[in-house]
Design a protein around this ligand. Sequence first.
Ligand code: CTP
Length: 402
Amino acid sequence: MVAGKNVLLGVSGGIAVYKAIALTSKLTQQGANVRVMMTPNSTEFVSPLSFQAISRNSVYVDTFDEKDPTQIAHIDVADWADIVIIAPATANIIGKIANGIADDMLSTTLLATLADVYIAPAMNVHMYAHPAVISNMKQLEEWGYHFIEPGDGYLACGYVGKGRLEEPAEIINVINNHQSIDPFLKGKKVLVSAGPTREQIDPVRFFTNRSSGKMGFALAEAAAKRGAEVTLVAGPTEMEVATTAIRREDVTTAEEMFEAMHQHFPASDIVIKAAAVADYRPKRVHHEKMKKQEDDMFIEMQRTKDILQSLGDIKTNQYLVGFAAETSTPLKYGVQKLTKKNLDGIVINNVSTEGAGFGGDTNIVTYVNKHQRQEEIELSTKQEIAEKILTFIDRDMKDEAQ
Ligand code: CTP
C-alpha cells in the first residue's frame, strides 16, 4: 500500500506531465510521503513549482544542485524511497534505464535505488510499438521492474491507439494491489506442468489433445511474479514464457513428462499438474511412414503412466495440485480424483461449458482442497484464475503450518 510509504515520483518529458500533478495529489491524499524528481525536459511542460506546492517538498531536477553538503542528493533520495513511480515514462527514460545510462538526476537515481520501481509509459502509438521500446521494456521486466500499461484512446499527437498514460487513480490501484501481495511464495520452489503431450505413431503422425498450455503458463507466471523459483515442464505448445525468471523444460511424450516431473519433484514445495497428459500411446511406434491399406486399420494402444498418481504416491511435504477436465458431473469425478491421487487440491473444470476448458483465454473452475473446502471461480481469464488458485494454495499452506 502507498499509505505511509516514501514514494519518489519520477517525471519525464511528455505531454502527460499534467496528469502527474493529479497523481502527486492522489498519492499525498492516500498518506504517501511524496518527493518529485523531474527530468529537465519535463520542466518545459510544467514548472517544478506545481509539484512542490502539491507534494510540499522541494523538487529535484539537477544532479549538481546539492542543497545539503552533508548528503549526496541522488543517493540519499534513492535510499529514502520505498517505491519509485515513473509517470509519465517516455521512450527515452525507458531506453536509458534498460541500457544503464545515467546522464541526468532521474536516470542516475534509478540506477542507485533498490526500491520497487513502477513504470507508467506514455508516448505515441508507433513509438510504443517500436521494437527498440518493446525490447527495452522486456529487459526491464526481466530485471523486476513493473509496468503499468498505457490505455487506448486519443493521443495528444493526433493518433488514436495505445500510449495514453494510465489514469492516476488506476496507477495507484495497480501499485496498491501489487504491494499488498503477500510474499509467501518468495523463495518457494514451484513445479508446474503445462500443455498437451504428443504420442508418436510413425514419423509423421501422432496422437495429442487440444490443450494450449495457457493455464499452466499463467500459473507459472503468477508464481514467478510472487517471487517463487519456478520450473515449468511444458509439452508441445506455441506458448512462450514472458519472463526469464521461469526455468522451462520442454518435453514431448507422457513418458518424458513423467521423467522430468519426477526429477524435480523431491526438491519442490508446490507442484501443479495442469498438463493434459495422454492416457494412451500407440503400442508400436513405426519407424517408417505407415502406408494405407485397403481395409480399416486398428492401432493398438497401451496405457501411459499416470504421472499425478505416481507423484501422489510418493508425496512427502509437497502441496500437490491436479486438474480434472470433465464433461459430466465434474464435481463428483473431480473429488474422486482428489482422493484417489492423494492430492492437496484439485482444479475441476467442466470442459463442455461455454467459456471453459481447452484452448480459450477464459475458464470456469471449482477448486476443492483435501478438506473438501470448495471455491467457485466464475468465468475469468486464465491469469485471474491462476492468481486465485495460488491464493488458495497459500491459504492452505499457512493453515497447515499453524
Ligand atoms: N494426469 C497425469 N498423467 C496421466 C493422465 C492424467 O498426470 N497419464 C493428470 C493431469 O495432469 C491432471 C489430472 O491427472 O492433473 C487429471 O487428468 P484428467 O485427464 O482429468 O483425468 P484422468 O486421471 O486421466 O482420468 P479420466 O481420463 O478417466 O477422466
